[in-house]
Design a protein. Structure first.
Length: 282
């Protein structure tokens, strides 16, 4: 008779889905999402629902392989784990001895982004090795810097809070394709009367289910943001007391956005002036 074990998704994703795994004689026989997870609520993405097919695929590599031909020939031979580890350690040690450990550039990423596993053993290894430091992705580093500047922390709003929103903008994000666990909270917010808009030059499923889809010209996102701020500041649609207490540079920003009236932004973005003004007022 099998047993039930709890686990967590190991793929490179911040959702860290909780898993319920049925195991029989040491082999996983069924995998499903844990219904009590507050965000994922038992729903798994298409990659993870087929995870056992990947785990037990007859084509899955189970042992180290060493290339024996030229690159591109596809010729490899199986070697032992000890051989593989010795060869890797020898290469890294040789580089460090000849050129210093900073000559080693670590190019890896997080795997699961849960708090316990994120940025774990790989970074500890390269840190002890003395290798160079490297931001792993442009998008993640830029996003974290933006959140820190705007909110004081690199962590944003809890996903559950989306359900209490009045206006949700999917700006350059195909949520139904890349962030499926956020969608139920958007649905709940819309039940409560929230508007849901998409800003994206591409047609996608998220845009099809939006209240409005603004087809912005590629590369003009910053112009649209400045144009929206132009209207908000010109019509005083902001909380001055909050801005004075929690931000810096607001007066300078106000001068900057004067260069982006709705008429100019319409020409840059392809979005009608009336839509720019209406969106800013919302």
């Amino acid at each position: 008779m099998g047993e039930i074990r709890r686990s967590v998704c190991a793929l490179d994703c911040p959702d860290a889905c909780s898993l319920v795994v049925s195991v029989d004689q040491g082999r996983a026989t069924r995998l499903r999402g844990h219904p009590e997870h507050p965000v994922t609520r038992g729903f798994l993405c298409a990659k993870v629902t087929r995870y056992l097919d990947r785990q037990y695929s007859p084509d899955r590599l189970l042992y180290p392989q060493r290339r024996v031909g030229r690159k591109g020939q596809g010729r490899f031979e199986r070697i032992s784990w000890d051989e593989a580890l010795d060869q890797i350690a020898g290469k890294l040690g040789g580089i460090a001895a000849a050129s210093g450990p900073e000559a080693i550039l670590p190019f890896s990423y997080a795997g699961t982004m849960g708090f316990l596993n994120n940025a774990g053993m790989d970074r500890r290894f390269f840190h002890r090795l003395g290798a160079s430091r490297l931001d792993r992705t442009i998008c993640s580093a830029a996003g974290a810097a933006g959140l820190t500047d705007a909110l004081g922390l690199r962590y944003g709003t809890e996903p559950e809070q989306v359900a209490h929103s009045k206006l949700i903008l999917a700006w350059g994000a195909n949520i139904l394709g890349t962030n499926v666990h956020l969608w139920p909270f958007i649905v709940e917010a819309r039940r409560r009367g929230a508007k849901f808009y998409t800003i994206d030059p591409r047609r996608n499923r998220t845009g099809q289910l939006s209240d409005k889809h603004f087809f912005i010209n590629p590369g003009s996102d910053a112009a649209l943001a400045l144009g929206l701020m132009h209207v908000i500041i010109a019509e005083r649609l902001y909380n001055r007391e909050y801005l004075e207490r929690h931000t810096v540079g607001f007066d300078e920003l106000g001068e900057r956005v004067k260069q982006y009236p709705p008429e100019r932004v319409e020409a840059l973005t392809g979005i009608a002036r009336r839509d720019i003004v209406s969106l800013a007022r919302e």
